[in-house]
Design a protein around this ligand. Sequence first.
Ligand code: UFG
Length: 330
Amino acid sequence: MAVLVTGGAGYIGSHMVLALVDQGEDVVVLDNLSTGFRWAISPKAKLVVGDIADQQLVQKSIADHGVDAVVHFAGSIVVPDSLSDPLGYYFNNTVKSRSLIESCVETKVQYFIFSSTAAVYGIPSTNPVFEDANLAPISPYGSSKLMTEWMLRDCAAAYDLNYIALRYFNVAGADPAGRSGQSTPRATHLIKVACQTALAKRDHMDVFGRDYDTPDGTCIRDYIHVSDLIAAHMDALGHLRKGGGSKVFNCGYGRGYSVLEVIKSVEKAIGGPLDARDAPRRAGDPPELVAGADKVRVALGWQPQHQDLDFIVQSALAWERHLQRRNDAA
Ligand code: UFG
């Protein structure tokens, strides 16, 4: 019995691989290394370099290793890029997921865990936003992920496949043991960008919009530590293996922080000011996005451990320092 992790060389996928090998699971990583890193993969996992849409390769990997569960992270994740390259996003995220799901059905994989996104809600009319809210993505990224959720729903009804789709809110931070973190050089996510600015990897950062209808005028997000997010995946795997049915869950804490609150947390961590400059709103940003997060706790028994924003920021900063030392040594 083994778990196949697609995108296991990436930020979130590499943390999943660590959690699985820590639990003594056999893990096969399928990654084309287009954005992930070979070094990010635990040496205890087996790496297959290839594409999720290569059905021959995928089906052989599943058969060779006795895979009973697939955890699917591989995909394109930059929302603004999806607006300029919608066909690329529908291809990578939707078409290739269809191919992967078909390989699972052909090889009788029973369990599938899918990395979905809060972007399926678009601009929610109320916050916190619960799973049964209106689904109205405003980017091809969100639509491409929602289509995959729908394929899974329909396949679970038609075939012997059970799935959990986890809708991530704002994932941040790094493995508390320092083994992995967000390593993509062209980062756009707030906490990563703020940490890079703190370490002078950028000369300044932008605050995208200070005129929102929020208490301090900046956007509010629900930041979830990557290790807590992975704990939800592990709970989802346990649920499916125990015979639990297909479900969709939000993954967040149900508590929002503004852009300025995040910047303050980084300033506290470094003991000095950040050069954060006012900039125009970024297209497509909902003013507020906070998870209605009760369902995952009740249904999966999820118990997050790292809800403190300062802890999330400190772990992200520690990883950024680690990357800096790596680069200096190279
Ligand atoms: N922000 C800044 N400056 C920066 C980077 C971000 O002010 O340099 C602001 C953004 O405008 C936004 C907030 O910080 O208000 C958070 O932005 P991120 O880019 O960190 O994250 P997003 O909220 O845009 O993205 C998240 C998920 C996506 C998901 C999207 C849906 O990471 O997967 O929410 O809105 F699609």
